[in-house]
Write a protein that binds this ligand. Structure first.
Ligand code: KG4
Ligand code: ZN
Length: 334
């Protein structure tokens, strides 16, 4: 079965074709970052309009690169995300499916992120722990089988990606911030500045990044940073986030006696987070499953992969299915 995946929940217009496996045949991501950069973040109305002008071409490219037509089903992100942006992808997908008499399925974007791990050479084994870290979410799940997600912990304030983005803004490093901080941190000393680890207590599986953000703001208000000190600051800030994320993920994985811990979401592209999670998991006899970096940030291959799993369970959507800006993982897909 060949599934056309479509993703328009934020500022990437993306389409992909995935076949049985799931295995990627094509994966096109048309980023709108250049249109939003001057505003310092994503402007929802601009995002919707950009999706409208780009989506046809992006889908055509995905189909061409997969070797031509022959799509059996359509999978599209229905939430969570920016409502206007989601609606462009969803209406396009419904129209595409209706015109060709194809089944279609609305996908939870977070389930899509988790499915990026299934596109690698060694997919995760159930049950596993998932650490989902993106611009809007920072959560730990126990995944017992496809579609069965138990939320074990989450952020009480900012998401990890949001913290990266906000501190990058304070440093005038531009948008999006995660990658910029990682780049600026490359030659820095992660031990140079001691920054707080939120909720670093044994008994809590939740996260908190607001104290770290405040500490970063106060530090930056009192110090003027040259390039080398800025590198130290970025490395120390990145370490504070990665330290607490990986410590809790491995601790939860040990407690639930799982063999695999899956890293997912845009922040999962961060090199230090990947390195620290692999090292700490290995030390605990657990395998860290790290999707390819390009599959961590928003893309449609992960949405098509989730659609492929849903198709195996016969879970198609009907025409009444709509977009939802808020859509907790684990809620019925219909
Ligand atoms: O999953 P994603 O592409 O979009 C959402 O669903 O939110 O995640 C975007 C987030 C942004 O906050 C961005 O700063 C962060 O992922 N991010 C990174 C890196 N690449 C993207 N954070 C840290 N290091 C990176 N290399
Ligand atoms: Zn995402």
């Amino acid at each position: 079965m060949r599934i056309l995946g479509i993703e328009t929940s934020c500022d990437e217009t993306a389409a992909a074709i995935v076949t049985d496996g799931p295995r990627i045949l094509s994966n096109i991501v048309d980023s709108q970052i250049d249109r939003h950069r001057r505003f310092g973040g994503v402007v929802p109305e601009v995002a919707s309009r950009e999706h409208l002008t780009r989506i046809v071409r992006v889908v055509e490219r995905a189909i061409d690169e997969a070797g031509g037509p022959g799509v059996d089903a359509v999978a599209v992100t229905r939430g969570p995300g920016l409502l206007g942006a989601l609606l462009v992808g969803l209406q396009f997908a419904k129209g595409y499916a209706l015109a060709r008499g194809l089944p279609w399925v609305g996908i939870n974007h977070l389930e899509g992120h988790l499915c990026a791990a299934a596109l690698g050479d060694v997919p995760p084994q159930y049950p596993y722990i998932a650490l989902l870290v993106s611009g809007g979410h920072t959560q730990l799940y126990l995944v017992e089988r496809f579609g069965d997600y138990t939320l074990l912990g989450g952020t009480r304030d900012d998401a990890a990606g949001e913290a990266f983005d906000k501190v990058a803004k304070m440093l005038e490093l531009g948008y999006p911030g995660g990658q910029a901080i990682e780049r600026a941190a490359a030659d820095g000393d992660q031990e140079a500045i001691r920054l707080p680890r939120g909720l670093d207590r044994r008994d809590s599986d939740d996260f908190s990044f607001s104290g770290l953000k405040t500490a970063a703001r106060s530090y930056l208000a009192t110090e003027s940073l040259d390039v080398s000190r800025r590198a130290d600051f970025c490395a120390s800030f990145q370490e504070a986030i990665c330290d607490v994320l990986t410590k809790k993920a491995v601790r939860v994985a040990k407690r639930h006696r799982v063999r695999d811990v899956v890293l997912a979401g845009g922040v999962a592209a961060n090199g230090r987070l990947r390195e620290l999670l692999s090292g700490r998991a290995a030390a605990a006899g657990i395998r860290a499953v790290l999707p390819e970096r390009g599959l961590c940030t928003d893309n449609a291959a992960m949405i098509a992969a989730a659609g492929w799993f849903r198709a195996r369970e016969g879970g198609w959507s009907d025409w009444t299915t709509t977009a939802r800006s808020r859509l907790p993982l684990g809620q019925a897909p219909q």
